[in-house]
Design a protein around this ligand. Structure first.
Ligand code: SIN
Ligand code: FE2
Length: 220
């Protein structure tokens, strides 16, 4: 099984907000964010002006290919000391920018649509992928309460999301994600390994040569 992959959902020709359950606890909401794209992109711009995107260092000393920033009460950071959430941006020493209302509402609505009522994230990680950037297979395990789902919003260039099992070597689904798609995973899928394949070259009409992902979590 190791290394085998399944090719699924190879187009985004589904109607906006088509709901696809790709394993128990994981839902793809095709185009769910499209109707709010302008407000969301404006808010992304505001956050990254206040807390610029930067490529963090892993505990092992490597520089990540994905550039990151955060908003909300807590932000995910990585450095030589490890992975963790911090109330402050280590680059400025100031609190992360507040979570824009349009972000919190989008995350809440997407979670509800996937069956997770009353999701109130306190952390939003902003990831920027340029062509070639990738995110290695990992579990999200720095949060306190694993009963809370994760909401992931894709903007800009398409990417291939890898969605694996509870063990690193389990086979992975390859889920193509397009601008405006939202993935929600929680419950029995909360601890599944996931990652993003290296971004392919391209130009998105609104975002140019990049993909932005917003990951909403309840960290504390
Ligand atoms: C993450 O796993 O934290 C983000 C995934 C993505 O960028 O799509
Ligand atoms: Fe993750």
């Amino acid at each position: 099984m190791h290394g085998a992959t399944a090719e699924l959902f190879e187009t985004n020709s589904d109607p906006p907000s088509a709901r696809q359950l790709f394993c128990k606890g994981a839902v793809l909401l095709r185009g769910f964010a499209l109707s709010r794209e302008r407000e969301v992109l404006r808010a992304v711009g505001g956050v990254i002006r206040a807390a610029p995107l930067r490529r963090m260092i892993t505990p092992g000393g490597l520089r990540m290919s994905v550039a990151m920033s955060n908003c909300g009460n807590l932000g995910w950071i990585s450095d030589r000391l490890g992975y963790r959430y911090s109330p402050d941006d280590p680059q400025s020493g100031k609190p992360w920018p507040a979570m824009p209302k349009v972000f919190a509402q989008l995350a809440r609505d997407a979670a509800a649509s996937a069956g997770f009522a009353d999701f109130a994230p306190d952390a939003c990680l902003i990831n920027r992928y340029e062509p070639g950037a990738k995110l290695s297979l990992h579990q999200d395990r720095d949060e306190r309460d694993f009963s809370q789902p994760i909401v992931s919003v894709s903007l800009g260039l398409p990417a291939t999301f890898l969605f694996g099992g509870l063990v690193r070597n389990d086979r992975q689904l390859r889920v193509p994600l397009f601008h405006g798609d939202v993935v929600v995973w929680g419950g029995p899928a909360r601890m599944r390994y996931h990652g993003v394949l290296p971004l392919k070259d391209g130009t998105h009409p609104l975002l140019g040569a990049c993909r932005i992902n917003l990951t909403f979590r309840k960290a504390a």
